[in-house]
Design a binder for this molecule. Sequence first.
Ligand code: CP
Length: 306
Amino acid sequence: MSFKRKHLLGLEGVSEEEISHLLDTAESFKEVLDRPIPKVPTLRGTTIVNLFFESSTRTRFSFELAEKRLSADTINFSTSASSVKKGESLRDTAQNIEAMRVDMVVIRHSAAGAPHFLTRCVKGAVINAGDGCHEHPTQALLDMMTLREKFGQLKDLRVAIVGDILHSRVARSNIYGLTTMGADVALCAPTTLIPVEAEKWPVKIMHNVDDAIAWADVVMVLRIQLERQQANFFPSLREYHNYFGITRERLERAKKEVTIMHPGPINRGVEIESILADSEFSVILDQVTNGVAVRMAVLYLLNEEK
Ligand code: CP
């Protein structure tokens, strides 16, 4: 079995076999990262551009590190230091960079569908590093890798995704990925932060966070994305925290072990209590570590299909 795709644009429609193969490959690259010299020549001669039209810490640095660990040549683009500031379009930016003989493009953009558009403008492989409120496939893959490491398998695992589902590309990719892998997924948020299309997804919808914690093996906490919110979806951050904030006290009340995840960046004291984010329940930094191995696997497998 191999991953026979030219691009990685999202996890919608990606099969269980393909996801398993991606995760198995990421596990083998994690072993490389534990070596004294954590580098392999796999992508020597391959040139990759990282096009980040939106800010990023984890995704951008882990793609850059993954590319270096695979011995690829890389170019890093950020809007503030580019000719986008002078009005150049996405299409012209990408085609000019490709004219310098680039093989793969990693793109983060505030517009949903920007990576899909790019596949029609460039010949190389395109990897979605987060497009608007649509998908963030490598985040969901690293989340699934972290859960598979901890629980052995994803089938029948109960994952409650709590927070701003409406604006979350992480939620969408995880819903597609986790349900394909046989996990049970619940969404928990105020009604205003659950998208209408959620009725069509194979997920439970909850509005009481204590019920969600009581049900779940894993709580995936999502950031309140104030920068994407056009309207007031809840009265105040304090009120949101009181009703939906994940706290140690809530976990203790539920009297059960629950694994806490968060894709970052964290709003400490809003969607999650600060001490809980740093507690023994949290696998947040394991997620970040696995991000490098997952991105190495994606780059390697797409390069095989070039
Ligand atoms: N999880 C995530 O996408 O983080 P960054 O925005 O820092 O890349």
